[in-house]
Design a protein around this ligand. Sequence first.
Ligand code: SF4
Length: 256
Amino acid sequence: MIPQNSGRNLKELMVFTKNKSVPDPQLRVELAKKGVVWTSLDFLYNWGRRSSIWPMQFGLACCAFEMIAAACARYDIARFGAELFRASPRQADLMIISGTVTKKMAPQVVRLYNQMPEPKYVLTMGACAISGGPFIDGYNVLRGIDRYIPVDVHLPGCPPRPEALLYGLMQLQKKIASQEIQKAEWYQKGLKREFPIPEFGPNGLIPKFNPEVWQPPQKDARKTHYGSTILVGKKLKAPDLELALAAKPAAPGATV
Ligand code: SF4
């Protein structure tokens, strides 16, 4: 006998879900009541991956303490299966970039990303990791790690609370749940997910960004917002003191 279910019976549900890679959840519940477990390989594969995300164990600045708090008893990240922080990038599939990425540190972050096995994900935690945050105009801070590696979840805030990190983790779980084995990029031929490691030169990072991952915006949103009252992205050249002194006439009686 086919059980009734909110106006649609099982037969209708089966027609409705034809050719779908993930079975209709309502239909699965109805079948489970009958003792039948019906699922798809995609669902099982994604369920296993999203329920056992292993983050890499590293932190860069103050946001790292919020990440640590999320792993402690009060917030208990273990509820999401993501409590196994791994000390090696070879064993991690999530990189939580928690904190300020300085230009000196950015090459190391990219190198660690390259060492992670596929499939791998990146969650940037805090305004600093996303855009430079309060240090956006600092000479030593990178304006967002997404200039060098692809980011899956951006988590704004200064700092984001542990609950926010859990929310970001749930967003990542949603993304993982929506992926299909056949279309997964890490099974495609010619996948290139190792990115060039920038060098820390005398005037910052070389190159300034990876054009494969990030392109400069056509318009600077801050300029639109603040108008021309601030200098955006332009640094005044420091005066050449030697030339200035040479051009200045010496005061009478001054010894050189
Ligand atoms: S976003 Fe705020 S809390 Fe997080 S690292 Fe930057 S300054 Fe610290």
